[in-house]
Design a protein around this ligand. Sequence first.
Ligand code: NDP
Length: 521
Amino acid sequence: MVAYDQSTGTLRYSEKPIYTTSNGCPINDPESSQRVGQNGPLLLQDFHLIDLLAHFDRERIPERVVHAKGAGAYGEFEVLDDVSDLTSCDMLNGVGKKTKCVARFSTVGGEKGSPDSARDPRGFSLKFYTEEGNWDWVFNNTPIFFLRDPSKFPIFIHTQKRNPQTNLKDATMFWDYLSTHQESAHQVMQLFSDRGTPYSYRHMNGYSGHTYKLTKPDGTFHYIQIHCKTDQGSKTFTNAEAANMAAENPDWHTQDLFDSIQNGDFPSWTCYLQVLSPEQAEQFRWNIFDLTKVWPQKDVPLRRFGKFTLNRNCENYFAEIEQVAFSPSHMVPGVEPSADPVLQSRLFSYPDTHRHRLGVNYQQIPVNQPLRAFNPYQRDGIMAVNGNYGANPNYPSTYRNMTYKPVKPSQEHERWAGAAVAQQLPVSEEDFVQPGMLWEVLGRQAGQQDNFVGNVAGHLSGAKDGVRRRTYDMFRKIDGELGRRIEVETEKLAPHPQSQAKGSAEPRFKVEASQGMGIQV
Ligand code: NDP
């Protein structure tokens, strides 16, 4: 048994187990190898040593290509308001109903050892263990994303990661992509506001970003987006504070979450829905399947429905948080995907990643196991550890009765889905309207516009001249004054063109607050 001692911050063990090899054989001395005589060589028969080394050599599994660095904890969701008019979802069925969950927060672009405070969107994922299967929310801390066509996702992510030649983060590569794919302007505005550097995981909101459907057994449905608002209050670092924290404590967000839960200070988030009927969606100014757009709250107000609280740390990070496997395709009756093309591609890509990282039986890993699952037609495969459904037939057998629960899919709404596909248009003036709305929001908060300009300038100044100029034009389309200010501030920091042309010894990437923290973008 293991217990956490709050006064010393250490784990206490109340038992004295007998140490053995992995096959259970007791070992006298785990720290000396069998050898011939005093000086060796070693013996092939020393299974303990070989077992230890061979296992050590295989400790690493592939880290996630995105969202590699993260932290998580367990908790509970509670229904606060009745939403039975919208859905039959078991978890939302009745005010006061509670459902256990596990959460994981993460940066996106950095490797597993990268600093928590880097400028980056944050992953915001939850797995709810409902009576009718696991329902995963695979959200971000921003309500939108850089793209609306999924084929751009791997391409875009490459520009956030390392240059294939230098193996360095590359400001030119990043802004080259953004300035030639300007549907990303809205997310750029989010990312380079101070919300791009949250103070901690506890102090940020989570947004579904995508549109989903909440459905009822009669086949009717509503389109929804989910907002999780931090009850701790939204709190951010400035660029300089984030850079300092990256140097002082690269694991700050991880530590903050663990310590606060360990100290009984349980973080919570209140959850809201934005709801549109299919008819309203057709009339709506914005394409609800476009991931670069929000639903303005004055048009679609938030409707509270629940709250989740994180109240228990994991016992083992690797087993429970590194191996937790979220997917937007892990849905339950009462919830369905919309036709959003980026969501549709994630329905495939997330489980595909888990099969690669964790194996085809990833749902059998304890943290991923649903309360009840019975699918004996899926058999064998690597690490089939749950008994592999024993002698149950592996086909729909006349010798084994099974109940197939009738679940009626929602009405398709084909006309609108077709219209939405037709609306996947090239970048237009519409793409700069909502970024402009956010620029106005920042203007209502003291210092936030100045910080935004400084945050962009510090990073953009590391890009080559032509890319910088194209990016100024992009910001001018959002707001003329914004574009002008970014140009002035960036050019103050950018290397002189002649020194670039001569290939002087000046560093290609200026190491200052906005870049010196292994910044993701
Ligand atoms: P409102 O003008 O009605 O309200 C302000 C919105 O801005 C709130 O949703 C708030 O998000 C968000 N916000 C406040 N401060 C910041 C900040 N420093 N950085 C980023 N976001 C901030 O909002 P509208 O709905 O009319 O949208 C205006 C703009 O706000 C949008 O273009 C979008 O960029 C941004 N936004 C909108 C959201 C939405 O779902 N409608 C959600 C988040 C941002 P919150 O209350 O969730 O903290």
